[in-house]
Design a protein around this ligand. Sequence first.
Ligand code: SAH
Length: 251
Amino acid sequence: MSMKERPAFPARVQGVGERPKPRPVATAIAQPQGIGLDSGAVRQRMVDKLMGLGVRDPAVLEAMASVERHRFVDSALANQAYEDTSLPIGLGQTISKPSVVARMAELLRNGSSDKLGRVLEIGTGCGYQAAVLSQLSSEVYSMERLRGLHDKARANLRTLFLRNVHLLFGDGMLGFPQGAPYAGIIAAAGGEAIPPAWIEQLAVGGRLVAPVAGSGGAGQQVLMVVDKTPQGLRQTVLEAVHFVPLKSGFA
Ligand code: SAH
């Protein structure tokens, strides 16, 4: 068998008359698992699992299918990138689980058939969620308090040429008033309460999705949705979640 026809590993038995699918040789050789990480099929498998977990919004599913999560994690962890698990990204922080990113994006979009307007993300981390949000909104302002991760996200996103993602280094608890008002605000780190600046910077008709300390204490968190309506704020407490802590200041 020539190198070009090298089958995926573990080799699948080819049916009668079935032609081997052409695949990039470099991918076939470099990747230890059945399908190369560059193949859309690995992400589609992840998307199928997300659908099984109840994610329905087609725009969110499409964004999750298009952003290559393995490009945002250390190469030693790349083969776990499409499992539904959070992974370390350095400086004690983690990339959120795909199901959590999808769930929060779905909540943020709230069933809309249009793209969101400007979105503020607190906690850029490695930049994965910012890349997903870039597919779903007109502009993404993403803040990170740790210089090392801000730089890492910049490097990760550079090759994707996402012109609508703006990475900001600073304390996200203060929000980013220059970009306000936001159609959506999403936090990837949870504090004791929702910082007042976020509510101020949310547009009327906008929605905030964030983890926040639950009433049970002991570091327990719940997912909170806040809608800013012309009549005032409407808060909804959803399921228990587990995010890294929201910290003030920057380092
Ligand atoms: N969305 C990220 C998840 C990163 S984890 C991703 O896709 O990888 C959450 C991040 O929030 C951490 O990097 C942490 O440093 C950051 N963070 C915590 N408190 C913050 C604050 N006050 N301002 C900005 N970022 C903060």
